[in-house]
Design a protein around this ligand. Structure first.
Ligand code: NAD
Length: 445
């Protein structure tokens, strides 16, 4: 099938690549000319395991093309994906200007009936807005003879395993009631739907809400666990024992109940805020979501509070080794990352940061440049040199079994602040560390 994808970010690029890989002919359109040029050269602008060979091979085979030429893109596709960003507006609602701009572009250039697929995460009612925009432009063009449907087909990939998630989706949500569109969508996704039927067809509004409900449920699990961790710390309990104690209940399960330093990334924070806003627009007070959001904001400050307390409020002139900058492992995405809240608080208090991340160094450089108080280090060991303490913010695999003797020898004090509960407090105490973690009363030495 000929497929066009607008937007070559985490979603559009991965989706385009995996559709090309099963044999569809995909044209990816982006307004960012330098990104398109890099993609044509085989350079992948984001870090995502497995993506680079997939893009290169399918591009070389002619099944995956990149262009800024929207007109050619629209003409190519039998279906048109919208996979552009929906960043938060000032009031927290999802900003639809990119989505509606693509809708306008499609309508300006379409020459035959089209299926427009909304892959971006968009508030309930957006498909209606896209429909209205396309109809308006077609009317202006005098082409009301052209038919189209707008389908909601939200994306559930996780950054860090986006390729695998798209190749083996848990479910494929298709929001439309048009039988012909459903048939085309089934054909498009047939290569990913062989093991058992993963396609769930529903009305368009339910599909739009499904995406928000999924992210908000996951964010709720995280904030709930962080709340329990804060309680455990104060009550003399160990949240890791509690986590296993509740995870063993199949109704709860072990997924997404790790306490930590708050969720970040491009999706959970903005999607929770957007749904709160959507609810507000219809005079509904989304009490649970507001609490989830508030707990998360506060949780991002907890590591700094522990550091401040340990150093008796005196951080001026201190240096901290920070391991892990990306908002989670296996990505270079720093959007809303807890590391940013921590580093900015440390700088504010007069401290310096020696930072290391396996993949997010370039992104950190892009965000902070050569900011005073920040040294970007080429290895995790280099970040330790002469620092007063080590702070772990992101649980990269390569941090799981570090050389603790080396860490001790490089730090001026053997103090470790662990935002992800990577180690056993008793073992750390035996190794001579003052060790702080999340939700474990038996923390420091
Ligand atoms: N990143 C994720 O993990 C993830 C997961 C599921 C859903 N989503 C949702 O998918 C959508 C896209 O997210 P993303 O992370 O891929 O965004 P992104 O910011 O990484 O990429 C968006 C791309 O769209 C391009 N673009 C903007 N306007 C355009 C236009 N008019 N024509 C063509 N291209 C245009 C931008 O240049 C950019 O390359 C968002 O709604 C997001 O919430 C993201």
């Amino acid at each position: 099938m000929n497929v066009t994808v607008f937007g070559t970010g985490y979603v559009g690029l991965v989706q385009g690549a995996i559709l090309a890989d099963v044999g569809h002919h995909v044209v990816c359109v982006d307004v960012d000319a330098s990104k398109v040029e890099r993609l044509i050269q085989g350079q992948i602008p984001i870090y995502e395991p497995g993506l680079e060979p997939l893009v290169r091979e399918n591009h070389a085979a002619g099944r995956l093309e990149f262009t800024t030429d929207a007109e050619a893109g629209v003409k190519h596709g039998q279906v048109q994906f919208i996979a552009v960003g929906t960043p938060p507006d000032e009031d927290g609602s999802a900003d639809l200007k990119y989505v509606l701009a693509v809708a306008q572009t499609i309508a300006e250039h379409m020459q035959c009936d089209q299926i427009i697929i909304d892959k971006s995460t968009v508030p309930v009612g957006t498909a209606d807005k896209v429909k209205a925009k396309v109809a308006e432009v077609l009317a202006k063009r005098g082409r009301t003879d052209l038919g189209f449907d707008v389908v909601s087909n939200p994306e559930f990939l996780k950054e860090g395993s986006a390729v695998a998630d798209c190749q083996k989706p848990d479910r494929i949500i298709i929001g439309t009631q048009d039988a012909a569109t459903i048939e085309v969508m089934r054909e498009l996704y047939a290569p990913f739907n062989r093991n058992h039927d993963k396609i769930i067809v529903m009305d368009v509004r339910s599909a739009e809400l499904t995406k928000y409900a999924a992210n908000c449920m996951l964010a709720t699990k995280i904030s709930f666990m962080n709340e329990m961790a804060n309680l455990a710390e104060r009550l003399g309990a160990d949240i890791e024992a509690v986590r296993q104690g509740i995870g063993s209940d199949p109704r709860i399960g072990y997924h997404f109940i790790y306490p930590g330093v708050g969720y970040g990334g491009s999706c959970f924070p903005k999607d929770v805020q957007a749904l709160i806003r959507t609810a507000g627009d219809i005079d509904f007070d989304a009490k649970v979501l507001k609490a989830v959001e508030a707990r998360n904001q506060e949780q991002k400050t907890t590591l700094f509070a522990k550091i401040l307390r340990h150093f008796d409020g005196q951080l001026d002139g201190k240096t901290f080794a920070v391991w892990g900058l990306a908002f989670k492992p296996n990505t270079d995405d720093m959007r809303e990352a807890p590391s940013r809240v921590l580093m900015e608080a440390l700088w504010q208090a007069g401290a310096k940061v020696q930072a290391y991340d396996p993949e997010a160094m370039e992104e950190t450089q892009r965000i902070y440049g050569s900011r005073d108080g920040l040294t970007l280090c080429g290895t995790k060991e280099a970040a330790l040199k002469g620092a007063d303490a080590l702070v772990i913010v992101t649980e990269w695999q390569s941090f799981r079994a570090p050389d603790f003797d080396l860490i001790k020898s490089q730090l001026s004090q053997a103090t470790l602040f662990d935002g992800r509960n990577m180690f056993q407090p008793a073992r750390m105490r035996n190794k001579g560390f003052t060790y702080y973690s999340v939700g474990r009363h038996i923390t420091s030495a």
